[in-house]
Design a protein around this ligand. Structure first.
Ligand SMILES: *[C@@H]1O[C@H](CO)[C@@H](O)[C@H](O)[C@H]1NC(C)=O
Ligand SMILES: *[C@@H]1O[C@H](CO)[C@@H](O)[C@H](O)[C@H]1NC(C)=O
Ligand SMILES: *[C@@H]1O[C@H](CO)[C@@H](O)[C@H](O)[C@H]1NC(C)=O
Ligand SMILES: *[C@@H]1O[C@H](CO)[C@@H](O)[C@H](O)[C@H]1NC(C)=O
Length: 329
């Protein structure tokens, strides 16, 4: 009788211990769950989200709220189903070259027979609407059999370098050429004036009740994370980063070439793309470079301008892992 009593006691203790252990320490549950990839990515995303939220809280406390990330604002896709590729273009981020690349890959033979150039001005480009879509769902549908496996490519560049290029081109060069358009909110090349107005517009666009229509300036200056449906698809993208220094552009180009090579694009086509891209580089180098240098100097010398830039682009730096030394200075 005593023997049975002792055995029962031991069993009960064992059972309650293990139950207690299971319910209080759920670390084993976590381990199991992370083995499914979607959960794993979800966790990474939650970490990133927590990090972004924390940065936003800090910024708010100092009275300088950041523009929120991942607003679904602008999308431009061009596809090359033959190579299972879709390219998302971000304005002022080699977008002309990238639409040229998508066009060559879409129908290489026709492109070559017509003696077209990869760097044709956007409005005259050869493929036009033939391979271009505005929503990822449509891109998926057009990819046919590859709708689960196609590669999403995007080229991004340092947000400040992109802003300088945008501002010197659209707010100085074009604004002077077409004064009637009052482009860039009629700021006459004043960077601070532009950023104050643009910041307010981005705040409005990121509210759920936004009534304003996206302007030409909004689309060119929008944070990187507002493009390409990154809120949903960031982890699926092959991200090609351009170096800040145009002299290092060749590296960015080499990355692009590698990604295309992985997609079985033939050598001759790769060489054609590379040659055109480098020619375009020298073409651009001389074009509005004076304004470019002036804007760059202004940003370097004016902390207030850097603060505005930080409010708009800081989370881009974090999300896409760019060097924050300058923007924090
Ligand atoms: C192709 O275009 C280039 C310049 O754009 C021109 O020099 C060349 O003669 C053209 N070739 C043909 C075959 O049309
Ligand atoms: C594109 O994807 C389809 C379906 O997944 C596959 O059969 C085909 O081989 C792929 N083509 C290339 C060039 O990778
Ligand atoms: C530029 O704009 C800012 C803000 O609108 C203004 O305070 C400043 O005086 C302007 N600078 C010049 C040189 O006009
Ligand atoms: C393409 O170039 C690579 C090296 O750059 C070479 O190994 C490969 O054989 C070439 N392919 C063809 C089809 O010429």
């Amino acid at each position: 009788m005593l023997k049975w009593f002792i055995i029962s006691c031991c069993l009960l203790t064992a059972i309650s211990y293990s139950t207690y252990y299971l319910f209080t320490s759920n670390s084993w549950i976590k381990t199991v769950k992370t083995h499914t990839y979607s959960r794993f990515y979800q966790l990474i995303k939650e970490n990133t989200k927590t990090q972004l939220d924390r940065l936003q809280e800090e910024a708010k406390l100092s009275g300088k709220s950041l523009i929120p990330p991942f607003i679904n604002f602008d999308r431009e896709y061009a596809i090359a189903p033959k190579y299972n590729i879709s390219i998302c273009r971000i304005k002022k981020s080699m977008s002309t070259l990238m639409s040229g690349v998508a066009c060559v890959l879409y129908d290489t033979g026709k492109f070559m027979r017509n003696n077209r150039s990869i760097l044709e001005v956007w409005s005259h480009r050869f493929c036009g609407e033939k391979n271009e879509y505005r929503r990822m769902n449509e891109v998926k549908w057009r990819m046919g059999d590859a709708h689960h496996t196609f590669k999403k490519i995007v080229v991004i560049r340092d947000p400040i370098a992109r802003f300088i290029s945008f501002f010197s081109n659209k707010c100085i060069f074009e604004a002077q050429k077409y004064p009637d358009r009052k482009q860039c909110y009629n700021c006459q090349g004043n960077v601070t004036c532009f950023l104050e107005k643009q910041y307010e517009r981005f705040v409005q666009h990121s509210s759920d009740y936004s009534r304003i229509r996206p302007s030409y300036e909004d689309k060119h200056a929008a944070p990187l994370s507002w493009n390409c449906e990154f809120g949903k698809f960031l982890k699926d993208y092959k991200i090609i980063k351009l170096a800040v220094d145009p002299k290092d552009r060749k590296n960015g180009l080499a990355n692009l070439m590698n990604v295309l090579k992985e997609s079985n694009v033939p050598n001759s086509t790769l060489r054609f793309i590379e040659k055109s891209a480098l020619e375009g580089e020298t073409m651009h180098a001389t074009y509005d470079s004076d304004a470019h240098d002036v804007v760059k100097k202004e940003i370097e010398n004016d902390k207030k301008i850097r603060e505005w830039l930080k409010r708009i682009y800081y989370l881009d730096f974090v999300i896409f892992d760019f060097d924050t030394t300058f923007i924090n200075s």
